[in-house]
Design a protein around this ligand. Structure first.
Ligand SMILES: Cc1ncc(C[n+]2csc(CCOP(=O)(O)OP(=O)(O)O)c2C)c(N)n1
Length: 368
């Protein structure tokens, strides 16, 4: 009798040898890969509109840091194909676990941009209701969200819901112990979770080559029994196709998935960083030529799916959206400094009570 060893099952878990691609950098057809279905034309046009909006939102958020309206902003420019495809691959009852980098994904999911920017504006809470939106707070401690995502996915499964959880994580995040624990736990539980790595080549100033010796980050799933894939992260069509397949695999009980998207962070890590200190201009220019938005636009125009008027109307809608955002962010938020002491402990500690009283004596003299 022949015994089936785990080694014989490796093949079904392995990513493609080269990243999956549908559209070449110049917008022409790259020859659809046989294993993946092309997304519907209407979904691509909708993705284009959301990319135009997302990029304009990103530019506005960066401007708001210069105007002192936002404390910090980690830009998504260059990563819109990833973030918008990630959102479009999910249904409303699916959960998203984003990082600080993924504001464009949240906006693309239809969330209020002012709520999305609350944390980066210096608020003490995430600005939106995670339970109502099914979007976890944007996570700053690297890769911790991947563990929470597995827990949520397992909870949905145990409750008999057919929801899927997608956890976004950066290339740097894949070096964290939490990422590996999450993959291991997801593999064992066969939890309906998709780990989506946006490999933008840098973790602040640390380049990928100093981050890992793995042939591709997608291979990190195989050792945990997690089916894996790698995709051209600047090709919206490819990312949407692969993530849709990964989500449906997880939804239908097939277990977790790891997808690595090869992309690039076009701007500095945040407005507080200067990427020209550790990146060559030539490298940035090379990726500028692979811009995901220009690629999708050329592709859709070439296929007759997008007219001059469609492009103009998408841009106009984005301008209006940005102007509204700027106006709403111009008003100072109402902040009650005493809320700082709420929600820390069920019963405030003596130290917190003391600090609260001190603040009160300074802010409201004569009232205590
Ligand atoms: C546990 C932890 N360690 C260190 C940091 C500091 N830190 C913030 S962002 C960052 C780089 C993360 O890079 P990557 O995961 O590739 O995501 P990207 O910012 O490129 O989207 C680091 C080291 C942190 N936030 N959390």
């Amino acid at each position: 009798m022949s015994v089936r060893t785990p080694h014989q099952e490796v093949e079904g878990l392995l990513p493609s040898a080269v990243p999956v691609r549908f559209v070449a950098e110049d917008g022409t057809d790259a020859g659809a890969p046989a294993e993946y279905a092309a997304p519907e034309d209407a979904a691509l046009v909708e993705a284009y509109r959301r990319m135009v909006l997302g990029r304009r939102f990103d530019r506005q958020a960066t401007a708001l840091t210069r105007q002192g309206r936002l404390a910090v902003y980690p830009s998504s420019r260059g990563q819109e194909a990833c973030q918008i495809a990630g959102v479009l691959a999910l249904r409303e009852n699916d959960w998203l676990f984003p990082t600080y980098r993924d504001s464009v994904a949240l906006v693309a999911r239809g969330m209020d941009p002012v709520e999305v920017l609350t944390l980066l504006r210096g608020g003490w809470h995430c600005g939106y209701d995670p339970a109502a939106t099914r979007v976890a707070p944007q996570c700053t401690p690297l890769a911790t969200q991947t563990i929470h995502a597995v827990g949520m996915a397992e909870a949905l499964r145990r409750k008999g819901e057919d929801g899927v959880v997608m956890a976004f994580v950066g290339d740097g995040g894949t070096s964290e112990g939490d990422f590996h624990e999450a993959l291991n736990y997801a593999g064992v539980l066969r939890a309906p979770v998709v780990f989506f790595v946006q490999n933008n080549k840098y973790a602040i100033s640390v380049p990928l080559a100093k981050q890992t010796a793995a042939p591709a980050l997608a291979y990190k799933g195989v050792g945990y029994g997690v089916r894996s894939e790698q995709v051209d992260g600047n090709d919206l069509v490819a990312v949407l196709s692969v993530l849709t397949a990964a989500v449906e695999h997880a939804r239908s009980g097939g277990g977790p998935y790891l997808v690595e998207a090869h992309t690039y962070r076009m701007d500095s890590h945040t407005n507080a960083d200067d990427a020209s200190r550790y990146r060559e201009d030539e490298e940035v220019a090379r990726w500028e030529a692979a811009d995901p938005l220009a690629r999708l636009e050329t592709h859709l125009r070439g296929r007759g799916l997008l007219s001059e008027e469609d492009v103009a109307s998408a841009r106009e809608a984005a301008e209006e959206y940005a102007a509204r955002l700027r106006d709403r962010m111009a008003a100072d938020p109402e902040a009650d400094p005493f809320e700082l002491f709420d929600h820390v402990f069920a019963e405030p500690t003596p130290q917190l009570r003391e600090q609260r009283a001190l603040l009160a004596s300074e802010m409201l003299p004569g009232e205590d």
